[in-house]
Write a protein that binds this ligand. Structure first.
Ligand code: G3H
Ligand code: 13P
Ligand code: ZN
Length: 307
């Protein structure tokens, strides 16, 4: 079916208390894996492309691929620009087939973030494209800052209310303790659910959780078994994700877990079947691993049978 907007998927998710998975893609196999899992579980889904994914795969290639696979699959799906920082890329997405864009002004001071976000809302809304914005910064162990500095980067509930009123954005990414990548926590994982609750009581639009990969133990173990060096990789446990959904998170971004699944499966087939040199056999193994991860997310997020 034709792509739908971010709002078409997320407003219902917020009112009905589940979350839609937003999965980063940059190639055919990831796209197929996400759509196959979503179709089997009758789940809405978001396919997201970062600016670097667009650079890697090509703007038209990604758009045509996601549209084609979506048409053939028949679940409600949106094509979303992840972490848009370049206004030219954002404009191109708005005009060129994306149905949802993120303006990430989180690195700016508040007033500048409001200004750039409002500008993107003014560009996107006349074209019926949804806009996600971000307030607060996602800091992880790789940023090497103190716990206090990390807390200070979290989203302030009062600011969130003012930000949403001033910008007219459709969804808001919040910083409550997650971070991008495979190394999210040094000790015990900790999400600031009280803060999320306070934000959700002031902001009625859908809230978004970035940096939400779990680094699942089985996926990590497989990749390590076949030689991946992943240090002290640690993600957000499923229980924390479930609590976040209970407290207003309606869109959950996953990239790292797909990358880990891809890596483990490719390593395994190359190691166990050294005679294989057909890219399709190698990439089909990766696709299967990603599909399993996506299916587990859909079940955890509660979006199964919501299509
Ligand atoms: O949030 C970032 C995503 O994981 C995309 O990362 O810029 O390497 O494509 P990328
Ligand atoms: P992960 O690195 O935890 O998968 O987060 C992805 C993300 O937030 C993409 O925007
Ligand atoms: Zn992100």
């Amino acid at each position: 079916m034709p792509l739908v907007t971010g709002d078409d998927l997320l407003v219902t998710a917020r009112t009905q208390g589940y979350a839609v998975g937003a999965f980063n893609t940059s190639n055919l196999e990831i796209t197929q894996a996400v759509f196959e899992a979503a179709a089997e579980l009758h789940s809405p889904v978001m396919l997201t492309t970062s600016q670097s994914a667009i650079k890697y795969a090509g703007f038209e290639n990604l758009r045509a691929m996601v549209e084609n696979v979506s048409d053939a699959t028949g679940v409600p799906a949106a094509l979303h620009l992840d972490h848009g920082t370049d206004l030219d890329v954002i404009e191109r997405c708005i005009e060129g087939g994306w149905t949802s864009v993120m303006i990430d002004g989180s690195h700016h001071p508040l007033e500048k973030n409001i200004e750039v976000t409002r500008r993107v809302v003014e560009m996107a809304h006349p074209e019926n494209i949804s806009v996600e914005a971000e307030l607060g910064r996602l800091v992880g162990v790789e940023d090497e800052i103190s716990v206090e500095e990390g807390d200070a980067a979290y989203t302030d509930p009062d600011e969130a209310e003012r930000f949403v009123e001033s910008t007219g954005c459709d969804s808001l990414a919040v910083a409550i303790g997650t971070s991008h990548g495979a190394y999210k926590f040094k000790g015990e994982p900790r999400l600031d659910i009280d803060r999320l609750e306070a934000i959700a009581s002031r902001v009625t639009i859908p809230l978004v959780l970035h940096g939400a990969s779990a680094v699942p133990p089985d996926v990590l173990e497989l990749a390590r078994k076949y030689g991946a060096e992943l240090g002290d990789a640690r993600g957000v446990p499923p229980e924390s994700i479930a609590r976040a959904i209970d407290h207003g998170i309606s869109k959950i971004n996953i990239d790292t877990d797909l990358r880990l699944a891809f890596t483990g499966r490719v390593r395994r087939i190359l190691s166990e079947s050294p005679e294989v040199f057909d890219p399709r056999k190698i990439l089909a193994a990766a696709r299967e691993g990603i599909k399993e991860v996506v299916a587990a997310k859909i079940r955890l997020f509660g979006s199964e049978n919501r299509a």
